[in-house]
Design a protein around this ligand. Structure first.
Ligand SMILES: [Zn+2]
Length: 304
């Protein structure tokens, strides 16, 4: 959806309400008292659903990410548009200005709630097939005084460690016999340290057991062959960077550019949310203008 479509389809609060109502009716409305999806009637004057069994009322926003928010649906919908409008994303200041929000903190919370929806949506999917794995070291925002006490360099306390995995299928060119790699879905997660147990935890959580995993020869990857069908260790070199580990390295370099370009530095507390937005968009890179519709659907889903 582009800005012209948006102003046509969602000119006011009422149009957003109608969209949300019909979407929720299609999906089914969850009753917290009955602990199930039950038949609901629409209570027009109160703008809420009523359970046909127990009469409990459920508001339009209840059970979605918008529950307990004082912002209008129109503001939420415009926020979904902005969050899906660009590949790179908005800074919080820009976002606040575009939506005309009075307080920075409102914009900040709104962006992070939408990012959490993105993360939740992607967490349901496990990577499969051939999967590349590596870690990214991301410089984090640290208080000035504390920063002086911490060492510099890779793996120092100034950096957060992000586990990165990418589905990557090798394709042979029939004419030249050369191999190119086609990438599928990606995953990124902040891990506590680069130890074997942290890497194992990430792999168990995100990569299907029947997969083949490609990594460099790091010692921390000692258990991976037990967790997946096969573990292929490749020597770290310029060749593997463009070959077996091409897509994780491309994603890591784009991530760093993205974080530096828009947010400058990110505190560790919120880093996972930024990763969720980055990966959500990366995984839907061919969706184009449909990204808005998909994001609204994800946001309306039952949210706990
Ligand atoms: Zn009920």
């Amino acid at each position: 959806m582009n800005i012209l479509d948006f102003t046509r389809d969602f000119p006011d609060e009422q149009s957003c309400e109608e969209y949300l109502k019909s979407h929720r009716e299609r999906e089914g409305v969850y009753c917290k008292t009955c602990s199930s999806y039950t038949n609901h009637y629409w209570f027009g004057t109160k703008k809420c659903f009523e359970c046909s069994k127990c009469r409990r009322r459920t508001s339009l926003k209840a059970g979605t990410v918008m529950e307990s928010s004082n912002l209008s649906l129109h503001t939420w919908f415009a926020a979904f548009l902005l969050m899906s409008a660009t590949k790179k994303g908005f800074s919080c200041m820009e976002f606040q200005r575009q939506l005309g929000l009075k307080k920075y903190v409102t914009a900040f919370r709104l962006m992070h709630k939408i990012r959490s929806v993105m993360g939740k949506r992607d967490s349901a999917y496990m990577l499969k097939g051939m999967v590349e794995y590596d870690e990214a070291y991301v410089e984090k925002a640290i208080d000035g005084e504390l920063k002086k006490q911490l060492k510099r360099g890779k793996g120092s306390q100034r950096q957060a460690i992000v586990a990165v995995a990418a589905e990557s299928t090798p394709l042979e060119d029939k004419n030249t016999g050369g191999i190119s790699r086609h990438c599928g879905f990606f995953k990124m997660k902040v891990i506590q340290d680069a130890s074997a147990s942290s890497v194992d935890g990430f792999v168990k959580e995100t990569i299907n057991k029947e997969s083949v995993i490609f990594t460099d020869k790091n010692q921390a990857y000692v258990n991976l062959e037990k967790l997946v069908e096969s573990h292929v260790k490749v020597k770290s070199s310029a060749k593997t960077t463009n070959g077996e580990l091409n897509w994780v390295h491309t994603a890591i370099s784009n991530l760093k550019k993205n974080l530096l370009g828009i947010y400058h530095m990110v505190t560790e507390k919120y880093l996972q949310n930024y990763l969720d937005e980055f990966v959500y968009k990366l995984n839907r890179r061919y969706f184009g203008e449909k990204l808005f519709d998909r994001l609204i659907i994800a946001a309306i889903q039952h949210y706990v």
